[in-house]
Design a binder for this molecule. Structure first.
Ligand code: IPM
Ligand code: MN
Length: 361
């Protein structure tokens, strides 16, 4: 029987609670599809940092590399200055495990309220492929004359052709496999590049040239569109049905996926995968640690459950992943009053139970 070694990092705040529900569903779906999961728990996060002063202990990355995938809850602690855990833990894992893709579906499930008037699940159904290693996230920069009136701050966005090419290749492959035509909901598979070629005339020039070169040569079956990022934000609200698969740099991807998340019902449902197609990937709900709800059993675990579903898909357990998504759709359509914390009509673990029951049917 196929067995997967899964590293589980609950993290901070409500992270461990939602992760527990994702694990519950994973344990329920695995026997149904004939595979096993072997879990290792890691206590990385704000509490450990406060206790030991250590964010990611020596050897942790090597230990994580021994796993097939990582399930992450949330990182962020109210007593720790913003940036420390994000850089020291989340971004470090993304970088050191070379998870160069951040895959973020924007999908409105049935029964879920969207703030966009007159749009439903048929219209809000696309995926953002966010590059996950470069751009303004590369850490290049510094201060001059810090703290003086003459202070200068500089922070660079960097992209190599190598980073751009591997991301585009993943995005084209993804569009070919999971685009709207392949899923039977559209006439074409389309990849849209989101950039800012009118101002970022170096970085997005590189992206655009690579996009058309690779597309023309290897993916002539995939339609290519280009959008400026500002216009993308507008169309994400006005005409989200235009989009199929979008690909973009790290910073634009960060920003537009928060906008996308709110159109799909918010942080209670939005999930993402930090993917290294040749290595160890990490899956997370994209909302934060929501510290004020910690321990109350009111937080929505569906985003964590969906992240676990994406993990199964990436591991090659496509049918099990589909089953998880269907179960989540059933719960949003038939059970939950709202996706918001405290307003679901059920507790965190009751929502997990309902999904777990449904996948085991
Ligand atoms: C995200 C988050 C992170 C990011 C932060 C916490 C570093 O906003 O996963 O989108 O900017 O990538
Ligand atoms: Mn973000």
């Amino acid at each position: 029987m196929k067995s997967y070694k899964i590293a589980i990092i609950g993290g901070d705040g409500t992270g461990p609670e939602v992760t527990a529900e994702a694990v519950k569903v994973m344990d329920a779906v695995a026997p149904k599809f004939g595979f096993k999961v072997e879990k290792t728990y890691f206590d990385f996060g704000g509490e450990r940092y406060k206790r030991t002063g250590e964010i990611l202990p020596d050897g942790a990355i090597d230990e994580l590399k021994q796993h097939d995938a990582i399930l992450l809850g949330a990182i962020g602690h109210p007593d720790v200055k913003p940036g420390i855990l994000e850089k020291g833990l989340l971004l470090r894992m993304r970088f050191e495990l070379d998870q160069y893709i951040n895959l973020r579906p924007v999908r409105l499930f049935p029964g879920v309220e969207t703030p966009i008037k007159d749009k439903g699940p048929a219209e809000i159904d696309y995926v953002v492929v966010r590059e996950n290693t470069g751009d303004a996230y590369c850490g290049a920069g510094g201060f001059m004359m810090k703290g003086t009136p003459q202070e200068v701050a500089e922070q660079s966005a960097l992209y190599s052709r190598f980073q751009v090419d591997r991301c585009l290749k993943y995005a084209f492959e993804y569009a070919r496999k999971y685009g709207k035509k392949s899923r039977g909901v559209g006439k074409e598979n389309t990849l849209g590049l989101v950039g800012k070629t009118n101002v970022l005339t170096y970085i997005y020039d590189l992206w655009e040239r690579a996009f058309h070169e690779i597309g023309e040569k290897y993916y002539p079956d995939i339609r290519r569109d280009y959008y400026h990022v500002d216009a993308t934000c507008m169309w994400m609200i006005k005409s989200p049905e235009w989009f199929d698969v979008l690909v973009t740099g790290n910073l634009f991807g960060d920003i537009i996926t928060d906008l996308g998340a709110i159109t799909q019902g918010g942080m209670g449902i939005a999930a993402g995968g930090n993917i290294n197609p040749e290595g160890v990937s990490m899956f997370e709900p994209i909302g934060g640690s929501a510290p004020k709800y910690t321990g109350q059993g009111v937080i929505n675990p569906l985003a964590a459950i969906c992240a676990m579903g994406m993990m199964l898909q990436t591991l090659g357990q496509e049918a099990a992943a589909e089953k998880v998504e269907q179960a989540v759709r059933w719960v949003t359509a038939n059970k939950l009053k709202s996706l918001a914390a405290g307003k679901m009509g059920y507790s965190t673990s009751e929502v997990g139970d309902m999904v777990a029951q449904k996948v085991a049917e």
